[in-house]
Design a protein around this ligand. Structure first.
Ligand code: HEM
Length: 310
């Protein structure tokens, strides 16, 4: 099919889960924009090509451009809903905004490949950027968060991953691009692990060992599931595609939460519902056990947009 009609998505936006991940957050040096555009396109194409080369290890990834950097890099046009991370704070529930200019997200079932590629990507960007943050994610047990609960169960499946995560005709210039929100959550595991299992389950809204969803009537209004399961004005489920993975070391560990979506509203509404809660003040009690250290907003354009804009 003609690429004018169907711009190619970056494969990591909708990819299935992997065993390992590397997250690289960069800020751009001043005055390098004309060199940066072809470089971003090359890095995205390099990652795309590696997905074929290392298909047996399910390599994938994407490059995303920060909301605050977008207009510097691509002044001609901006995705309709691209805006800075919606920072929020209520009592001791904090969702701070920490923005970066570029986010390179790579995943694979072989860690050695990721390490090689991360080094190569940094080499390609040499002189143009500063590497500001780096984390490595891993699959924990049977795709569990470090709280011990399976994470990702209710994610969109099959082709509906694309329907949820990729822009369609509603913003044709950015078709097959995706809004990306990232929050690095550090868990207080010693506090969490002191909770009896039933209390943990009430906070998530699912059972721990068997991962069974609570019946609707049994879900506390303060449970995570209850707070993020939202409908729009037309009664349609508001969905995101989560690409989160556990990260860290014994000193600091938690969830690298990553949302990909064809709009930026769904993520923002969910986060509001977690932090601010409903009209009765029922907020997400998971937030008593984890703290968002960062909050960043990006856009992952199609490969064709990056090529054309290089
Ligand atoms: C579901 C963990 C943050 C949105 C879940 C589930 C777990 C979980 C265990 C249940 C299994 C599943 O369906 O995946 C966490 C942890 C977080 C976190 C540990 C941070 C420390 C967030 C944030 C959002 C979010 C920030 C969005 C703003 C969702 C959604 C679901 C979900 C949409 C599916 C709900 C459903 O349809 O049942 N999360 N989550 N999560 N989470 Fe989170």
């Amino acid at each position: 099919m003609d690429s004018q009609v169907m711009p190619r998505e970056q494969l990591g936006v909708c990819a299935e889960g992997n065993l390992h991940s590397v997250y690289l957050m960069f800020n751009a040096n001043d005055g390098v924009d004309s060199q940066m555009r072809p470089c971003v396109a090359n890095v995205a194409q390099y990652i795309h090509d590696l997905a074929d080369q290392f298909a047996d290890s399910a390599f994938n990834g994407f490059v995303a451009v920060g909301a605050n950097y977008w207009d510097t890099l691509y002044p001609a046009a901006r995705p309709c809903q691209l805006k800075p991370f919606p920072a929020m704070n209520q009592e001791n529930r904090d969702a701070p905004a920490i923005e970066y200019d570029l986010f390179v997200h790579i995943r694979c079932d072989r860690f050695d490949i990721l390490h090689l590629v991360a080094n190569e990507v940094c080499q390609m960007f040499e002189g143009l950027v500063e590497l500001v943050d780096e984390e490595r994610g891993f699959r924990f047990m049977d795709s569990r968060d470090l709280t011990g609960f399976v994470d990702g169960t209710e994610n969109p499946k099959g082709r509906s991953r694309q329907d949820v995560a990729l822009i369609g005709e509603e913003d044709a210039a950015f078709k097959n691009g995706s809004y990306i929100h990232v929050q690095k959550f550090a868990h207080n595991l010693s506090k969490w692990n002191r909770l009896p299992e039933k209390k943990q389950e009430d906070i998530i809204g699912r059972t721990k060992a068997e991962n069974i969803e609570y019946a609707s009537a049994d879900k506390p209004l303060t449970s995570h599931i209850k707070r993020v399961n939202l409908k729009d004005d037309a009664g349609k489920s508001m969905e995101i595609l989560r690409q989160s993975m556990p990260y860290g070391t014994v000193k600091e560990q938690g969830l690298m939460f990553i949302s990909t979506c064809r709009n930026s509203v769904n993520f923002e509404k969910m986060l509001e519902s977690m932090v601010y809660g409903d009209n009765e003040g029922n907020h997400d009690h998971l937030l008593h056990f984890t703290q968002a250290l960062t909050g960043s907003s990006f856009f992952a354009p199609s490969l064709d947009f990056l090529d054309k804009s290089a």
